[in-house]
Design a protein around this ligand. Structure first.
Ligand code: FES
Length: 628
C-alpha cells in the first residue's frame, strides 16, 4: 500500500513539469499540464479573489499572461473585450496552463487596503461579566487536612464549584509548585482554569463580527469595559466567492465545509493575535469571545453544514445562544476561555441583525425607526418597543459593487468611492488616491445620481445617446460610448486606469442598480406598511455597516434608494453588529436581551410576500431630476 502511494506521489511530482511565475512577486511553482491559473494561485498560496466562485461569470479575476498565453476559451471570447484578450488578459478561473507561463497579477498580493468600517458606538453597558477570577491563598501546611486537593480548593474558594478536566489534571502540580496565590477562572458553576499568582487584573475579551466579506475584532477589558484595540481583516473565505451562495456551492459541490471552517478559525485567530500584539497583552489573558454574524457565517464558524439554510424552508441547525470552550473550536486564547455565539432568529435573520437591533435600540424605542444594514447582504429592520420586523433583501452588496457590475469592486484601494459632476468637470475620488481600478457601491450610486442630474440617464434608467441629450454641461456627451452594443458612460480612460482597461458604467450596470434599489425600497415599503405608517412618520433612518457608512445620503435619495422626505433624518451608525457583540461581551444581561430579541423579532419573507412582485416595478424608475 505504502509503495503504491509512494509511486503515485512520485508520478504526480514527475508530471509537475510546467513552471508558473507570478509577477510582480517573482514567485515560481511547478504544476501539472491542464492546471487552471486559479488552482496554481492556490498551490502558490497566493490570495486572489474569485467573486463568482470561479464560475467565469463576473470578469473580476483578470490576470495578464506575459509569456505562454493560450488562445482564449469560449467563455472568455463571449464575455471579454477582444482587445483585452489580444493584449494577453485572461480570466484566472477558466484559463488552463499547458506550457511554461509568466503571469502578471497586476496587483501585489495583500495590497488591497480594505476599507473596513470598524468604527462603532460604545454604548454605556453596565459591566456584568460572564466569567470571574477568584484568588486562593495556598497554605501547604493545611493541605493534608483535606480529603482531596479539590476539597481544599473549593473550601478555600467558599463555593462548591465543579471543575473541568484540564484544571483537574493540573491541580496537584499547581498546588505543589505555587507558594503563594493562585487565581481561579470560573463562570460561577465550574473551575475553568488555574493560574499562578493574582491575575484578576488580566480579564480580557474579544467581540468578533464575522461578515461575509470582512472580519472585525474588538479587544475589550472585561473589568472596566474599556475598548483596547480594534482589528479588521478580509474574511479569508472570500476567495471561495464573495457571497453566501458561492460559499454554500463550494460546500455542496466541492466538499468545502472543513476548509471554510478552518479558514474562518484561522482568520479569527489572526485578528485576536494582532489585537493582543497591538495592545501589548497576552492572548492567554483573553478569556471570553462573543461571535456575531449572519446565520451562514455562524454555521461555518461552528463547522456546521450551512446547506439547509440555502434551501426551503431555510431552517438553521440551531438558533439559540451557545457557549463552547475556545480550545474546542481551535481558538488560541486562555485555556479555560469561553466562546459565546449570539443567537440567530432564523436562516435569514442572523446574530448580526440581533446585534444591530441591540445597538440601535429598536427594541427600546417608542417611535418607529428604520435600520438598514447594507453589507454583502441587505437587511431591513423596522421596529419599536412593541414589535420588530426584519427582512432580508437579495444580496445587496454584490448588486451594488460585486460581480454583477461590470467594473464593480469592493471598497478597497483603487475603487472609485465618490464622484461629483461640477460644472464641466467630473471629480472622482479614489480610495488610496492612486489610479482607479473599478468602482465600489458608493461611487456607483454617486455616479448614477450625477448622470440623472446631467440628463444623461433618463428616469427609466436608459443611458441616452449623445444626440438625445440637450443641455448637459461640459464634454460629458463625449464620454458616452458603445459597450457590447449598448450605451455606456466612460468614467476613466484605459490609459488613466491602474490596469490599462477603461472603467465604464454600462447600461446593464444601471439595470442591476435599479433592480437592487427597487428590491430594497420595496422591502422598506412592505415593512412600513405592516406598521401602517409612511416613510415620513419614521423617527429616522439608521445606516449600519461599511456600505452605509460611505453612502452619500443625497445620492441615495436621488436614485430613489432612500425617501427624500427623510434626508435630514439619516444617521450613520457604523458597525452596529460589532457594537452589539461588544455589549454581549461585557454583560450577561445583554446576552439575555439578545435572546429575547431573537424570540420576538418577526421575519418577513419578501420573496413570497403577495405585494412584492406588484410593488417592485413601481420603484424601478429613478426620481425625476427636476424634483431632486
Ligand atoms: S470570472 Fe473568474 S471569478 Fe468570476
Amino acid at each position: 500500500m505504502i509503495q503504491i502511494m509512494f509511486y503515485l506521489v512520485r508520478k504526480e511530482l514527475a508530471m509537475k513539469n510546467i513552471s508558473v511565475t507570478f509577477k510582480p512577486l517573482e514567485k515560481k511553482i511547478m504544476v501539472t499540464p491542464g492546471t487552471s491559473i486559479k488552482k496554481a494561485l492556490e498551490e502558490a498560496d497566493l490570495s486572489f479573489e474569485f467573486p463568482c466562485g470561479g464560475k467565469g461569470k463576473c470578469r473580476k479575476c483578470f490576470v495578464l499572461v506575459m509569456e505562454g498565453v493560450e488562445p482564449p476559451t469560449l467563455m472568455e471570447q463571449k464575455h471579454c473585450e477582444k482587445n483585452l484578450l489580444e493584449e494577453g488578459y485572461r480570466l484566472a478561473c477558466v484559463t488552463k496552463i499547458y506550457r511554461d507561463i509568466i503571469i502578471d497579477l497586476i496587483e501585489e498580493e495583500g495590497e488591497t487596503n480594505h476599507k473596513i468600517i470598524h468604527r462603532c458606538s460604545s454604548r454605556e453597558v453596565e459591566v456584568d461579566p460572564h466569567l470571574f477570577k477568584k484568588c486562593v491563598k495556598i497554605d501547604k501546611s493545611v493541605l493534608k487536612d483535606y480529603p482531596s486537593d479539590y476539597e481544599f480548593l473549593i473550601t478555600s474558594l467558599g463555593e462548591r464549584l465543579g471543575i473541568n478536566l484540564n484544571s483537574l489534571r493540573r491541580l496537584d502540580q499547581v498546588l505543589q509548585e505555587t507558594d503563594d496565590i493562585i487565581s481561579v477562572l470560573t463562570d460561577g458553576k465550574e473551575i475553568l482554569n488555574l493560574e499562578e499568582g493574582d491575575t484578576r487584573g488580566n480579564m480580557l475579551g474579544v467581540a468578533v463580527d464575522i461578515g461575509t466579506t470582512t472580519l472585525a475584532g474588538y479587544l475589550m477589558d472585561l473589568t472596566s469595559g474599556q475598548e483596547l484595540e480594534v482589528v479588521s481583516a478580509l474574511n479569508p473565505q472570500s476567495k471561495y466567492g464573495c457571497d453566501i451562495i458561492s460559499r454554500v456551492t463550494y460546500v455542496e459541490e466541492e466538499n468545502g465545509l472543513g476548509k471554510l471552517h478552518k479558514l474562518i478559525i484561522e482568520g479569527i485567530n489572526n485578528i485576536i493575535e494582532k489585537a493582543a500584539k497591538k495592545a501589548g497583552v497576552s492572548t492567554e489573558d483573553i478569556c471570553f469571545i462573543t461571535i456575531t454574524g449572519n446565520t451562514f457565517m455562524h454555521h461555518l464558524f461552528l463547522g456546521v453544514n450551512p446547506s439547509p439554510l440555502a434551501h426551503y424552508p431555510n431552517t438553521p441547525v440551531i438558533d439559540r445562544s451557545l457557549k463552547f470552550k475556545g480550545e474546542e473550536l481551535g481558538l488560541k486564547i486562555n485555556p479555560g476561555g469561553i466562546v459565546c455565539l449570539i443567537p440567530v432568529a432564523c436562516g435569514f435573520i442572523g446574530a448580526d441583525a440581533i446585534a444591530v437591533i441591540m445597538d440601535t435600540e429598536l427594541d427600546r424605542t417608542d417611535k418607529i425607526k428604520l435600520v438598514l444594514d447594507i453589507g454583502t447582504n441587505g437587511e431591513i429592520m423596522v421596529g419599536c418597543r412593541e414589535k420588530v420586523l426584519a427582512a432580508c433583501s437579495a444580496a445587496a452588496g454584490p448588486a451594488f459593487e460585486g460581480p454583477q457590475i461590470s467594473c464593480g469592486m469592493r471598497a478597497v484601494k483603487g475603487a472609485i468611492e465618490g464622484l461629483k459632476f461640477r460644472n464641466s468637470e467630473m471629480e472622482i475620488s479614489v480610495i488610496g488616491e492612486g489610479k482607479a481600478k473599478g468602482i465600489c457601491g458608493s461611487g456607483l450610486i454617486d455616479a448614477v445620481a450625477g448622470l440623472i442630474q446631467q440628463g444623461i440617464v433618463d428616469p427609466g434608467g436608459r443611458i441616452l445617446s449623445p444626440e438625445e441629450i440637450k443641455d448637459s454641461k461640459g464634454d460629458f456627451k463625449k464620454r458616452i460610448k458603445k459597450y457590447q452594443k449598448n450605451n455606456a458612460f466612460l468614467l476613466v480612460d484605459g490609459d488613466a486606469s491602474y490596469h490599462g482597461r477603461p472603467i465604464y458604467i454600462t447600461q446593464k450596470d444601471i439595470r442591476e442598480l435599479q433592480l437592487a434599489k427597487a428590491a430594497l425600497y420595496t422591502g422598506i415599503h412592505i415593512l412600513l406598511d405592516s406598521f401602517k405608517i409612511k416613510p415620513g412618520d419614521l423617527e429616522g433612518i439608521y445606516l449600519a455597516g461599511t456600505f452605509g457608512s460611505y453612502l452619500n445620503p443625497e445620492s441615495a435619495c436621488a436614485i430613489g434608494l432612500l425617501p427624500f422626505e427623510l434626508i435630514d433624518k439619516i444617521y450613520v451608525v457604523g458597525n452596529a453588529a460589532g457594537s452589539g457583540a461588544k455589549m454581549v461581551l461585557l454583560s450577561r444581561k445583554e446576552l439575555k436581551r439578545a435572546e429575547s430579541i431573537s424570540n420576538i423579532v418577526e421575519y418577513v419573507d419578501l420573496s413570497s410576500h403577495s405585494q412584492f412582485n406588484t410593488l417592485l416595478p413601481q420603484f424601478l424608475n429613478f426620481p425625476d431630476k427636476d424634483i431632486i
